[in-house]
Design a protein around this ligand. Structure first.
Ligand code: CA
Ligand code: CA
Ligand code: CA
Length: 487
């Protein structure tokens, strides 16, 4: 282990180093570079052999150059950074000499530049626009010169997440790759999670995600990372948008909170390091975290744990909504890529709603025989108003049980299942292929507003495409996670 001493002084450092640190506010401090772990010897001014570390030690901070208390943190970090091997973070400018010290942009600046009046000063990987990047990322240099990262406090997998429960605790982001998964336990009620970095001179802008677990797979439910900025100036300068909070209906599942550094910012979030406070509360019935026991294996031969919807399909199976198809050898398959038929959808929704079923004396639909295996499910669906079928023109109706369910129809079914709630105007509803006069627009916008389906990366919803069975699992899972009602 090594040590570094930061000495905040004015007259002495200026007297000892008049050319390097004149009496002017432009000198923040002075330090030797890369001496923190300098063992061995060197020669002093009189030519005598002396131990190197004590001789070079001391990062001097010029008190006369400090205009407010918050700058102490930045300047101490900067000068000790020199002791630990770092050179300045500069800026390449077109048709001008390279700036030795980069002051930063917006609320961000590199510690080894001059990030005064920037609320987020950070170690840098020199990926900001115009970086001179003479030496490579800061953190490996610090590590090679005696300042290693702190030990991590929790893992990022279900098996290594530290059980913490519904409480307040301290954590720390210790590396750009650090992700802290905390095991919270079960909650039936409203889940509220907050992650907050230090108030003064934080280096950390957090990103927070709530996970649940199904079939041994973590499934994200909600994620938040507000855009960061700053407010105030001088000693009241504060970073804004660096904490994260949200509430979510808890349905009795096991919940996890993931805290990591935001990936946004001029330097890709590299320097998002430091302590935070995690507060997790459950307004309702809760249970502390239990030891995570990985399942013996996937339930379906065609849904390996690596598949995107593995967790949601395991959940669907555990709920008894779909038990899959028998392979004839004691195993089962799910056929995740097959389209959901309308008769299957009736069965899924009836089972999910825990409906009390009865076989009607006469079928409500001309194309659903009294011997149809899902007659009671289809009759229930019709009775709830979720699907009234197609008019035959003679006062009778058909259900078209063997037709695939289209995405726009699924939106309508789930929307009606939830009781046709009013839809708040939502910016989430900007699908390029769902015009304002689309017959199912209200249902599709509601689906998006509840994060049940947010469409495709290209901005489309693809309303006319069939719903695949794996997608149906995901839709119902999110419907459930959103705490939506059933008839
Ligand atoms: Ca950590
Ligand atoms: Ca971690
Ligand atoms: Ca943020």
């Amino acid at each position: 282990m090594y040590g570094a001493r930061a000495i905040i002084t004015s007259p002495q450092v200026q007297a000892d180093f008049p050319s390097n640190c004149p009496i002017t506010s432009t000198c923040g401090g002075l330090a030797y570079v890369g001496v923190l772990d300098a063992f061995g010897s060197t020669r002093d001014a009189n030519g005598n052999a002396v131990a190197a570390h004590p001789y070079y030690e001391g990062a001097f901070i010029n008190a006369a150059g400090i205009t407010n208390p918050l700058e102490v943190t930045t300047i101490v970090s900067h000068e000790v950074g020199h002791n630990a091997g770092l050179n300045h973070a500069g800026l390449i400018r077109p048709n001008q000499p390279t700036l030795d010290y980069y002051s930063g942009t917006g609320n961000w600046g590199p510690i080894m530049g001059t990030p005064y009046n920037r609320a987020l000063s950070q170690w840098t990987q020199h990926s900001y626009s115009g970086a001179n990047n003479d030496n490579g990322p800061d953190l490996p240099i610090l590590a090679n010169n005696g300042i290693a990262s702190r030990a991590d406090d929790t893992g990022q997998t279900l098996g290594t997440a530290v059980p913490t429960g519904w409480t307040t605790r301290a954590g720390s982001i210790t590396a750009p790759t650090d992700q802290d998964l905390w095991s919270l336990g079960r909650c039936t009620g409203t889940v509220t999670i907050t992650a907050t970095p230090s108030t003064y001179s934080t280096n950390l802008d957090v990103s927070l995600t709530l996970y649940t677990e199904a079939g041994g797979t973590p499934i994200p439910l909600a994620s938040v990372d507000p855009a960061s900025g700053q407010s105030g100036s001088g000693s009241s300068l504060r970073a804004t948008g660096v904490s994260a909070t949200f509430t979510q209906p808890g349905r009795g599942a096991t919940y996890y909170a993931l805290v990591r550094g935001s990936a946004s910012g001029p330097d890709g979030g590299y320097g998002n390091l430091g302590p935070y406070t995690l507060n997790a509360s459950c307004a309702g019935a809760s249970l502390p975290p239990a030891t995570f026991v990985p399942p013996a294996g996937p339930s379906f031969t065609d849904v390996p744990t690596s598949s995107t919807f593995h967790g949601q399909i395991e959940w669907l199976s555990a709920q008894g909504v779909s038990t899959g198809y028998d392979n004839g050898n004691g195993t089962k398959r799910f056929e995740p890529s097959a389209a959901v038929l309308r008769e299957q959808m009736a069965a899924f929704l009836a089972r999910y709603a825990d409906a009390s079923l009865s076989v009607p004396e006469t079928s409500p639909f001309t194309d659903v025989a009294s011997s149809h295996v899902f007659l009671s499910h289809i009759a229930w669906l019709a009775g709830t108003g979720v699907s009234t079928g197609y008019a035959n023109g003679d006062g009778t109706f058909s259900f078209r049980p063997g037709q695939p369910v289209l995405r726009e129809q699924m939106a309508a079914f789930l929307y009606r299942l939830a009781g046709s709630p009013s839809v708040p105007p939502s910016s989430a509803c900007s699908f390029t292929d769902v015009p304002s006069n689309h017959v199912f627009r209200t249902a599709i916008c509601w689906l998006a507003a509840n994060n049940i389906s947010t469409g495709y990366a290209d901005g489309t919803f693809r309303p006319g495409q069939p719903v695949l069975r794996e997608q149906m699992a995901a839709f119902l899972f999110r419907y459930d996670a959103a705490g939506l009602p059933v008839p």
